[in-house]
Design a protein around this ligand. Structure first.
Ligand SMILES: Nc1ncnc2c1ncn2[C@@H]1O[C@H](COP(=O)(O)OP(=O)(O)OP(=O)(O)O)[C@@H](O)[C@H]1O
Ligand code: SF4
Ligand SMILES: [Mg+2]
Length: 345
C-alpha cells in the first residue's frame, strides 16, 4: 500500500475501475461465457465534504460502482485510493478498519435490516463488529443516534416491521453514521419511499452531512433528487461515465448527447418553457453489458450519431472508444462533444 498527499482535498480517487461478473452458459454442459461488464473503466475523484451524484438508467452499473468503490465487491481492475492510500483489494482486519470510515445506505430500507433483530441491535452492530464502546455505553449512544435521525429512542426494542418505510430508512442511516464515517455511498436511499417522505430523508442526509462533515456519493435515477443534493454529477451509461460536471453547469449546459436526452425528460416547473421544450427520445433498450456496442457504447441510441453526423464521423463512433476530454468544467466522453448542436432548454 502506498500513501500520498493525505492532506489533499480529494478523499476518494478512483482510476479505471472495473467490475465484471462471470457468467455461465445454460444447458447440460455449463461453460464460462463473456462476463457482464457492469462497471467498465470509470475514473473520478470525490472532494472532501462534497456530494457526487451518480445518475443513469436502470442496469447501467450505479449500484455495482458504489459497492465496488467501498470494497463490498472486489474490483476486476483499476484502483481506489482513499485519503491518498491505495485500498484496492484490502481485506481482513484492514478492510474492517476501513468500514469505520466508509459506509453505505441501501435502497431497500426493509431488505437491508434483519427482521429478527431489534432496532437497538441493528444500530449497535457497527460498535459490536468493531469492538468499540462509546463514552456512556452502547445503548445510550444508540438512543442518541435514534433521536438524531428523528426516531423515538424509546422504540429501541421494536422490530423493523413496526416502522414505516421512511422510519426504516432512518434506521439504516443511523447505522451508517454510528461510527462517524467520513464517506457514505447512498444507493438510491429515497427511491423506495413515498414522494412526501423523500424530501424529509434527503433533508436529514443533508443535515447530517453538515453536522458530521460527511462526503457522499449519492446514487439515484431521479434527476430532480440528484439536482437537489449534488455538488457534481456523473452520468453513467453501460458501465462507463459519459459526462461529469458541476451540478449547475451540467443541468444548464449538458454536452454529452446522453446527458442531453436524460435532462430533456425532466419536467420544467415553468409551463411556458415546458411547452417549448423538445424531448430527445432515446430509441431502443439499453444494450446488454455482456456484449456492449463497439466504439462508443452509446452509438446504437445516440441522437447525434443518428441525426447529425456524416458517414465518416459515424464510422469513428462505431470503431473508436471516445476518450474522456475536458471541455470547460465538463469531462465528457464523446468524439463530437465540442460541436454540440442540440439545445436543451
Ligand atoms: N451479482 C451479479 N452477477 C451478475 N450480474 C450482475 C450482478 N450484479 C449486477 N449485475 C448486472 O450488472 C449490471 C449493472 O447492475 P447494477 O445493479 O449495478 O445497475 P444499477 O444502475 O444500480 O441499476 P438499478 O437502477 O436498477 O438499481 C446489470 O446488467 C446487472 O444485471
Ligand atoms: S461518440 Fe458518437 S455515438 Fe458516442 S455520444 Fe458522441 S456522437 Fe454519440
Ligand atoms: Mg442500483
Amino acid at each position: 500500500m502506498t500513501t500520498t498527499h493525505p492532506e489533499s482535498d480529494v478523499i476518494l480517487e478512483v482510476k479505471d475501475l472495473q467490475k465484471h461478473f462471470p457468467t455461465r452458459t445454460s444447458g447440460i454442459i455449463r461453460r464460462a461465457s463473456d462476463p457482464v461488464k457492469a462497471v467498465d473503466g470509470i475514473s473520478f475523484s470525490v472532494n472532501r465534504g462534497e456530494t457526487l451524484g451518480l445518475v443513469g438508467e436502470s442496469g447501467c452499473g450505479k449500484s455495482t460502482a458504489g459497492r465496488t468503490m467501498l470494497q463490498l465487491l472486489e474490483p476486476t481492475g483499476g484502483s481506489i485510493h482513499y485519503n491518498g492510500r491505495d485500498i484496492t483489494g484490502v481485506h481482513g482486519a484492514d478492510l474492517r478498519k476501513l468500514r469505520t470510515e466508509m459506509q453505505m445506505v441501501f435502497q431497500d430500507p426493509y431488505g437491508s435490516l434483519n427482521p429478527r433483530q431489534t432496532i437497538g441491535t441493528i444500530v449497535a452492530a457497527p460498535f459490536d463488529i468493531q469492538g468499540i464502546t462509546p463514552d456512556g455505553g452502547v445503548k445510550a449512544e444508540v438512543q442518541s443516534l435514534m433521536e438524531r435521525v428523528g426516531l423515538n429512542p424509546e422504540h429501541y426494542n421494536r422490530y423493523p416491521h413496526e416502522f414505516s418505510g421512511g422510519q426504516r430508512q432512518r434506521i439504516g442511516i443511523a447505522r451508517a453514521v454510528a461510527l462517524r464515517p467520513k464517506l457514505i455511498v447512498c444507493d438510491e436511499p429515497v427511491s423506495a419511499l413515498d414522494v412526501s417522505i423523500q424530501a424529509q430523508v434527503v433533508n436529514l442526509l443533508e443535515d447530517l452531512q453538515t453536522e458530521y462533515d460527511l462526503t457522499y456519493v449519492f446514487v439515484a435515477h431521479d434527476l430532480s433528487v440528484i439536482r437537489h443534493i449534488s455538488d457534481r454529477v456523473a452520468v453513467m451509461y453501460l458501465g462507463k461515465f459519459m459526462e461529469v460536471a458541476d451540478r449547475d453547469e451540467l443541468y444548464a449546459n449538458p454536452l454529452h448527447p446522453y446527458t442531453q436526452a436524460l435532462l430533456s425528460a425532466v419536467p420544467i416547473p415553468d409551463p411556458r418553457k415546458e411547452n417549448k421544450r423538445e424531448r430527445i427520445l432515446l430509441k431502443g433498450d439499453l444494450p446488454s453489458p455482456i456484449n456492449p456496442p463497439s466504439g462508443c457504447v452509446f452509438h446504437t441510441r445516440c441522437p447525434r450519431f443518428r441525426e447529425e453526423l456524416s458517414e465518416t464521423e459515424r464510422k469513428r463512433c462505431t470503431t473508436e472508444i471516445p476518450l474522456v476530454q475536458k471541455i470547460g468544467n465538463h469531462e465528457v466522453a464523446c468524439h463530437f462533444a465540442g460541436a454540440a448542436k442540440i439545445d436543451v432548454i
